[in-house]
Design a protein. Structure first.
Length: 120
């Protein structure tokens, strides 16, 4: 019996789609990637799994959310935000130069960076 390598699932991972250029070229590199994802989904291949990560940018959300019944967004998850705050706090408190800063300055940096991180 001959084994067929395509029997198992095939995974395509697209990380940081939002970092793909969205230039004024027609079509932009980002639009080309999104178009490819749409084409792959429309093939309805039973063993194909696609995972695309991105910040929740309007163009990406509007194009990709309609392609799945199970979109997952981690941007507003409290655990993720807490992890970001803890990481920033660790860096601020462990950096030799930053440790010398006044406590209120450290807290301002932690607060500002955590708020501006937007889940990233």
């Amino acid at each position: 019996m001959v084994s067929n390598a395509v029997d198992g699932p095939t995974y395509i991972i697209i990380d940081a789609l939002d970092e793909s250029p969205n230039t004024s070229g027609i079509p932009s590199p980002r639009e080309l990637v999104v178009s490819l994802v749409k084409e792959l989904v429309e093939l309805h291949l039973p063993n194909l799994r696609i995972c695309a990560t991105s910040r929740p940018e309007v163009d990406i959300r509007s194009d990709l959310e309609s392609l799945t019944q199970n979109p997952v967004s981690l941007h507003n998850e409290s655990g993720q935000k807490e992890d970001i705050v803890e990481y920033i706090r660790y860096v601020v408190n462990s950096d030799r130069r930053m440790r010398r800063w006044r406590e209120e300055d450290k807290n301002l940096v932690i607060k500002t960076l955590s708020e501006k991180a937007d889940g990233m």
